[in-house]
Design a protein around this ligand. Structure first.
Ligand code: SF4
Length: 370
C-alpha cells in the first residue's frame, strides 16, 4: 500500500510561527494546480504499481482550492493508480474558508476526513500568532462540517507560547474537547529562523518557553486529552478509538508515498526525493533533489519514527531487517545512563513513556548512528 500527498503551497496571510513551504501569490493557484496534474501523470511510476490507501491535501491552505479542484485531483489519482482500497482522503482547512456553500460542495467530493488549524481559542493568542480567523469562526466551522455529516475531524492546537499561560491553554483545551472532534494534534511552538517569530526572537522581543513550563504544558495537554478518552498514539497526536490518522500513521510505519507540488517530499523505500522550487519555476517544469537511502539511513529513519509512536521500536524488527549487530548496538546505547531513564523496555519493544515524549528527540539522537 502507498499514499499520495498534495502540497497546496498557498496562504492568504503568513502566520508568525510558520516555516512551511508556502506563498501568498494566490494568482498562481490555477497554474500550480495544472502543473500538479502534469506532475502526477509523469511521476506515477515512482510508486511501482502500489495500491493507494490514503490521499492527503496539506499545505499551505488546501481550502483555498474549490472542492471541485480537489476532486479533480482525486479523480486523476483514481485514473492512474489502483484505488480500490482507498480508505482516507483528508483535506487541511482554515476555519475562515469554511462556509455553508463550501461544505455543501466538499460533501460531493471523496474527502472523508478534515484537519482544521484551530491552534487556540483565545483571541489574543490567535492575533499574536497572526491567524486570520477568530475562535468563533473555528467553532462555527466545526459545527457546519458536523452538520453536513463529517464525523472524522481533527483539529490542531499549539501550546508553549510565551505570554499565554496555562489558563489560556486550559480554556482552549476545554473548547476543543467540547467540539466533539475525533482527533487532536497538539504541537509545542518552535521558533523558526525565517519567520516573524524568528525575527522577533533575534531582536529580543520574544522568548522561548522555559523547559519546565514546556513540560508542564505538555502534561496539561496530555492529561486533559487522555482523561477525555483520547489515545496518545504519537508524540503530537491523540485520537478517539478507530480515528488515528491513517495517512500520517503510514509515514510512521515506513509506507511509501508520492508527494506532488512544490514543497512536497516523496519516498519509495529506496529513494527520498523532494521539490523545493519556487512556484514560478515549478509551473515551468518540476525538478527534484534526491538521495538514495543506505541501510543506515533506513535504520535511522525507523528509530526516529518508531520512537515517536506509542508502539515503540521493535528490537526483533531491527535484527530481522538490519542484523544482530545493529540490535546489540541499540540495546547497549539504550542501557546507558540518561537514555535508560527515558525508555521502557517492554519485552523487546523500546518505548518512551508519555510524560517523557517531549524529550523524544534527545533519546532518538542517542540511538541513531550508534
Ligand atoms: S500555519 Fe498554515 S495558514 Fe499559517 S502560514 Fe503556515 S501553512 Fe499558512
Amino acid at each position: 500500500m502507498a499514499a499520495i500527498y498534495f502540497h497546496i503551497p498557498f496562504c492568504k496571510r503568513l502566520c508568525g510561527y510558520c516555516d512551511f513551504y508556502r506563498s501568498v501569490k494566490l494568482k498562481y493557484i490555477p497554474q500550480v494546480v495544472e502543473a500538479m496534474h502534469a506532475e502526477l501523470g509523469a511521476q506515477c511510476g515512482f510508486l511501482r504499481d502500489k495500491q493507494i490507501s490514503t490521499i492527503y491535501f496539506g499545505g499551505g491552505t488546501p481550502s483555498l482550492l474549490a472542492p471541485s479542484e480537489i476532486e479533480r485531483l482525486v479523480e486523476r489519482v483514481k485514473g492512474l493508480f489502483d484505488c480500490s482500497q482507498l480508505e482516507e482522503v483528508t483535506i487541511e482547512v482554515n476555519p475562515d474558508d469554511i462556509t455553508a456553500e463550501y461544505v455543501a460542495e466538499l460533501r460531493k467530493t471523496s474527502v472523508n476526513r478534515i484537519s482544521m488549524g484551530v491552534q487556540s481559542l483565545d483571541e489574543g493568542c490567535l492575533n499574536f500568532m497572526g491567524r486570520r480567523h477568530s475562535a468563533e469562526q473555528a467553532l462555527c466551522a466545526v459545527e457546519m462540517l458536523q452538520g453536513a455529516g463529517y464525523n472524522n475531524i481533527s483539529v490542531d492546537v499549539i501550546f508553549g507560547i510565551e505570554g499565554f499561560g496555562s489558563e489560556v491553554l486550559q480554556n482552549t483545551l476545554q473548547g476543543v474537547l467540547a467540539m466533539n472532534v475525533q482527533h487532536i494534534s497538539a504541537y509545542h511552538l518552535t521558533i523558526e529562523e525565517n519567520t516573524r517569530f524568528g525575527r522577533m526572537f533575534a531582536r529580543g522581543e520574544l522568548q522561548e518557553t522555559e523547559e519546565e513550563r514546556s513540560d508542564a504544558e505538555f502534561l496539561q495537554v496530555h492529561n486533559s486529552l487522555v482523561r477525555a478518552g483520547f489515545e496518545h498514539y504519537e508524540v503530537s497526536n491523540y485520537a478517539l478509538k478507530g480515528f488515528r490518522s491513517k495517512h500520517n500513521s503510514s509515514y510512521w510505519r515506513n509506507v511509501e508515498y508520492l508527494g506532488i507540488g512544490p514543497g512536497a517530499h516523496s519516498y519509495n523505500g529506496e529513494v527520498r526525493r523532494w521539490c523545493d522550487q519556487p512556484i514560478e519555476e515549478y509551473i515551468g517544469g518540476v525538478e527534484y533533489g534526491s538521495e538514495e537511502l543506505t541501510a543506515r539511513d533506513r535504520l535511522n529513519e525507523y528509530v526516529m519514527t518508531s520512537l515517536r509512536c506509542v508502539e515503540g521500536l521493535s528490537l526483533d524488527r531491527v535484527e530481522r531487517e538490519f542484523g544482530t549487530e545493529e540490535r546489540q548496538k541499540i540495546e547497549q546505547e539504550a542501557a546507558q545512563k540518561g537514555v535508560a531513564e527515558m525508555l521502557i523496555n517492554d519485552n523487546g519493544n523500546l518505548r518512551i513513556p508519555p510524560e517523557k515524549m517531549l524529550l523524544s528527540d534527545m533519546v532518538i539522537t542517542a540511538l541513531i548512528d550508534v
